[in-house]
Design a protein around this ligand. Structure first.
Ligand code: C2E
Ligand code: CA
Ligand code: CA
Length: 602
């Protein structure tokens, strides 16, 4: 994507006009004679030499990469202090340069550090190591010190202003987009609704973007750039009295006041989506994303803010489920929403009252087909009800914030299962599926250690499966926790490999032990030479990094044969067995032990 365009700096610089400047100079006692002294110094040393002397005094390379160029520009401009004609132009330039440094992360003390270094350079130039000092030289230094303080005072005001602006933004607006945030949106919506005249309609749109993985890994400023561009593109197709607000990273709300007909809500919804699609296609072709919007209007769907938001959100959820770009609220949507809410509370209750079960799916070694491990998979048998698929259950748990609790429950069940297996003489490892958020739980490694200790099973018998997406280090914490999980003895597997970034670089950088080839890849290897070549390459690269390769979804002997020829280490799939209850699993293992342990069953 094009990241060269700088982010617009929305900063309230302090105003520096002739009067302000005069007051400032007076406050720091910079009079005519001081100004003359500084100019005189300018004839002794060129600003370029002064800049060199200044830059050599501290190591800018230590500053973080993004800040360094701005700091350098700031120092070079600072060294032009001797050329200042005492009009507002130069301090205005300094304030703008410092704003840029501050907004890109420089520490607030930096102007003082730089001014101090500048003064030290001037002093060095004026006096060298001479014992005798002339009065004029002392006057020059005094003038420079006063000017330095004056500038330092001005720049620290800028830092304070920015900090203040950030705080204001955090309360009412989004600092990057410069539009109202969620909090302000609620107030604005309430205000607009209370002022709604008879016969008038007020529309509400909620827009949501599901970005592909390539956006997750963008640097923060690139991501801000993308959001800002989208926000501006949406703004451009709205009417002047429509209100655009942000609800979070990738969600926007649009209040459409004074509508004449409900159809205008659908019109606006589709127009906004089109604008986003066009912008993405033209400016960010490398970023894949799905845009959905839901619409509702007052007073028909609701006449209070929360009710209207709820209606627009239900419409958004319906659009997503149906794979449509836009949907508006209707009464049958409300009924469907009710049943979704029913499912949510049932899932929450099932977790609380331990109605879930852990099933085990065997993993066998190739080519021997010897049982070497199992994957713990979630099952929920509901009395008289259709079986709920794990992804549906997980989606609900994720939505209502109970994923962490589920992971802990699965870990605890798995430790218990490992003890049961060991008791039956079946000493295999069991893999547990974790999610990205688990890596941000600082107590998880300790919990795992304690649980394994309680059930007297070695941690090394647990393997943790994480998808590529969850392993992309969003912050230092995840990577740190990965290491901790491993120090505890557990193995780490990269799940669903081939469906996410499939970056070979992750294989090199992340501390994983095994790679699970996704079944969508595995099922194709017998179809075309191309698919087969890709999988073979993955196996080879994984082996280069010392990783074991596990193929998922092996359903037939032909696939197994190809995998075996590629040197794939392990396989899992319906060819061997589906996920089974622990009792069934032990029976299955017992029945096969005689034949399958020593001789390959091919
Ligand atoms: P997954 O981790 O990729 O698990 C493998 C899925 O493939 C399982 O589906 C398994 O039943 C299915 N499978 C196994 N062999 C075959 C085969 O030969 N052919 C086909 N077509 N499918 C096969 P399941 O149990 O429905 O789980 C789906 C997903 O739900 C899992 O995908 C995993 O991402 C998630 N999941 C399941 N249990 C848990 C859990 O306890 N915690 C978490 N966080 N996620 C879980
Ligand atoms: Ca898995
Ligand atoms: Ca998988």
């Amino acid at each position: 994507m094009n990241t060269s365009a700088p982010l617009p700096v929305r900063s309230p610089y302090p105003l520096i006009d002739e009067d302000t400047l005069a007051r400032l100079l007076l406050r720091y006692r910079v009079g005519q004679s001081e100004q003359a002294a500084v100019r005189a110094f300018g004839r002794i040393i060129s600003s370029r030499d002064l800049a060199d002397a200044l830059l050599s005094r501290f190591d800018l390379a230590e500053a973080s990469v993004g800040v360094e160029p701005s700091l350098r520009a700031f120092c070079i401009e600072l060294a032009r202090i001797t050329e200042w004609d005492f009009t507002p132009a130069w301090p205005i330039r300094m304030v703008a340069l410092w704003s840029e440094c501050y907004l890109s992360g420089a520490v607030a003390e930096f102007p003082f550090v730089a001014i101090e270094a500048l003064l030290a350079s001037c002093q060095q130039n004026l006096f060298s190591d001479r014992a005798m000092v002339h009065r004029l030289e002392l006057d020059i230094l005094t003038a420079l010190v006063r000017l330095g303080w004056c500038l330092g005072g001005l720049l620290s005001e800028v830092s304070i202003d920015h900090e203040h602006a950030f705080r204001l933004d955090a309360e009412d607006g989004d600092a990057v987009l410069g539009i109202p945030n969620r909090r302000r949106f609620l107030t604005l919506l309430a205000e607009r609704l209370s002022g709604l005249a008879d016969e008038q309609i007020l529309g509400l749109l909620v827009l949501d973007i599901e970005w592909g993985r390539s956006v997750d890994v963008l640097a923060m400023d690139e991501r801000d750039h993308l959001r800002l561009a989208l926000s501006d593109a949406i703004r451009a197709v709205l009417r002047s009295n429509d209100v655009l607000c942000t609800l979070g990273e990738d969600q926007w709300a649009i209040i459409l006041p004074e509508l004449l007909h409900p159809a205008q809500v659908s019109l606006a919804g589709n127009k906004v989506i089109d604008a986003c699609e066009v912008l993405r296609g033209n400016n960010f072709p490398g970023q894949r994303g799905r845009f959905h919007a839901g619409g509702a209007w007052a007073p028909e769907h609701a006449d209070d803010p929360l009710g209207l938001i709820q209606a627009a959100r239900s419409a958004l959820a319906a659009a997503k489920t149906a794979g449509r770009a836009f949907d508006h609220f209707s009464s049958d949507l409300a009924a469907r929403g009710q049943s979704d809410a029913g499912f949510e509370s049932e899932v929450a209750r099932a977790l609380e009252s331990r109605q879930f079960q852990i099933f085990l799916q065997p993993q066998v070694e190739l080519p021997s087909r010897r049982l070497v491990g199992a994957e713990a998979l979630l099952r929920w048998h509901r009395e008289g009800q259709a079986i709920a698929s794990p992804p549906d259950i997980l989606a609900v748990l994720e939505r209502i914030g109970l994923m962490g609790e589920l992971s802990r429950w699965v870990i605890q069940q798995t430790a218990q299962v490992l003890a049961t297996l060991a008791h039956a003489g079946c000493e295999v490892a069991v893999s547990v599926n974790l999610v990205a958020d688990d890596l941000n739980d600082p107590e998880l490694p300790l919990f795992i250690g304690q649980t394994c200790e309680t059930w007297r099973v070695p941690t090394s018998r647990m393997c943790f499966e994480l998808t590529e997406g969850s392993l992309v280090p969003r912050d230092g914490m995840s990577k740190h926790n990965l290491e901790v999980l491993r120090v505890g003895g557990g193995r780490l597997a990269l799940d669903d490999f081939g469906t996410g970034y499939s970056s070979m670089d992750y294989l090199r950088r992340l501390p994983v032990d095994e790679l699970k080839l996704d079944k969508s890849f595995v099922e194709r290897i017998t179809l075309t030479d191309n698919d087969r070549a890709i999988v073979e390459l993955m196996v080879r690269i994984a082996h280069t990094f010392g990783l074991d390769v596990v193929a998922e979804g092996v359903e037939d002997v032909a696939t197994e044969t190809v995998l075996r020829e590629m040197g794939c280490d392990r396989a899992q799939g319906y060819l061997y067995a589906p996920a089974m209850s622990v009792e069934q699993f032990i029976k299955w293992w017992g029945a096969r032990r005689e034949g399958a342990l020593d001789t390959p069953v091919l």
